[in-house]
Design a protein around this ligand. Structure first.
Ligand code: IN0
Length: 414
């Protein structure tokens, strides 16, 4: 609790967006549809994706249902892929036939843990909802599920050796999500069909950021899980991927990390191009918020030894601010510009990839500047002198504690 208080006191301007987010979350919880299968799907969505569920909630009704089901189907596929207790000869056929299982309201396979176990055990409710979607939505979800399942099966026994393998694996688990979403947006009648190439880049940028951020969590998993940092990159720094987490290798570890971040930054301009072409404001927000979170996370991780010591995550207040402030393309250019500045300020001239990293960041900044919309905006990072005196902060804090306590008390238990 004291930790949280200190974070809030350091960032008093987080309070307003955090309150707004909390209120939006309470509002969304009340909007659960009455049909039991749809109620299950939306409750599940809120459990497995927290703030992202709120952004899905804002999509037009028909598209919202399709995205909700797509999201849950992908989570279920992921749960099967990740469950190390399933033998390969059982797992592979489930993955490759998953696109059939979604049409079968009697099918289920118990695996995973906690919320994911509930999702798997009750998967028939997801199938029931899936069958109520329009045909074009069903076909898009089926096609992606088929290709993703086959790709996951291919990588079950295959290590991520080269950078091409890395891009291929990320294509299966995230790039295809981009292709699928572009199809769903198009099917809803709100957007032109985006190119597969740009749609893929959207997913790759998110997934590579996750893979970088989750190094320690993945390497410490028992039983040992598979690792996704490509050997072609880490072999330049250490002999074994585990060696990155030992203190004696910290210099090499950070250089390797910076190399991974530089690799992820390759996708930024494609992502900006994809987002700039979107027309519907709710689809735009749905796409832009995760992208800004990703560049923010990369900026936080770059040159940061903490990635090898614990989990590095953007503070909740900053997430709330991103959700609050992302309305149009100017906000995206602004955020990408700010986080590129932060990244640039962290680049050490002696880093083996410094030149490459800097030229990437300069290209991103040029794209943002050339958009011509960077004036008059609030920055995410350039912190001005604290504008509030401490008495005011204490007062505000007391008022907000009461409000928080009130909101929590009103919330039904469970
Ligand atoms: C996503 C993506 C996502 C959203 C919007 C456009 C996209 C275009 C291409 C590819 C993916 C796109 O966003 C989510 C974001 C998310 O789930 N955030 C979590 C935070 C977290 O750390 O898990 C949250 O709780 O808010 C995402 O990460 N993925 C995803 C999955 C399904 C769908 Cl339909 C959309 C996962 C992944 C692997 C990156 C594709």
């Amino acid at each position: 609790m004291m930790g949280r208080v200190c974070v809030i006191l350091k960032h008093p301007d987080d309070i307003y967006p955090l309150m707004k987010l909390k209120i939006a979350a309470r509002h969304a919880e009340k909007q659960i549809p009455p049909e039991p299968h749809w109620a299950f799907c939306y409750r599940m969505l809120h459990k497995v994706s927290r703030s992202f569920a709120l952004v899905i909630q804002q999509l037009p009704a028909e598209l919202r249902n399709a995205v909700c089901i797509f999201y849950l189907v992908l989570r279920a596929l992921d749960t099967v892929e990740d469950d190390t207790s399933i033998p390969t000869d059982v797992k592979v056929p489930i993955l490759t036939a998953f696109h059939h299982h979604i049409y079968d309201c009697d099918w289920h396979f118990s695996c995973g843990a906690k919320d994911y176990k509930v999702l798997m055990d009750q998967f028939h409710l997801v199938s029931t909802a899936f069958l109520e979607l329009g045909k074009s939505y069903q076909e898009a979800i089926e096609d992606i599920t088929k290709r993703m399942g086959a790709g996951m099966a291919k990588f079950i026994c295959k290590e991520v050796e080269t950078i091409d393998d890395y891009d291929e694996y990320c294509h299966y688990v995230a790039g295809l999500v981009g292709l699928g979403l572009s199809k769903l947006f198009h099917a809803s009648g709100s957007e032109d069909l985006a190119s597969d190439y740009l749609s893929n880049s959207m997913g790759l940028f998110l997934q590579k950021t996750n893979i970088i951020r989750d190094y320690l969590e993945d390497i410490n998993e028992i039983p040992k899980s598979r690792m996704f940092w490509p050997r072609e990159i880490w072999r330049k720094y250490v002999n074994k991927l585990e060696d990155l987490k030992y203190e004696e290798n910290s210099e090499k570890a950070v250089q390797c990390l910076n190399n991974m971040v530089t690799n992820a930054l390759m996708h930024v301009e494609d992502c900006l191009k994809y987002m700039a072409a979107l027309r519907d404001p709710s689809i735009f927000r749905f796409c832009a918020i995760p992208q800004i979170m990703a560049i923010g996370t990369l900026a936080l991780c770059y040159n940061n030894i903490e990635v090898f010591l614990g989990v590095v995550k953007m503070r909740r207040g900053l997430t709330a601010k991103v959700i609050d402030r992302t309305k149009m393309m100017a906000d995206v250019y602004g955020a990408f510009f700010d986080f590129s500045c932060l990244l640039k300020s962290k680049v050490n001239k002696s880093d083996p990839n410094a030149t490459r990293t800097l030229s990437r960041l300069e290209a991103v900044q040029k794209t943002c500047r050339d958009s011509g919309v960077l004036n008059n905006r609030k920055s995410y990072i350039v912190r001005s002198e604290p504008r509030y005196n401490s008495a005011l902060i204490v007062m505000l804090f007391i008022v907000l504690s009461i409000l928080f306590a009130y909101l929590n008390a009103k919330r039904p238990n469970n």
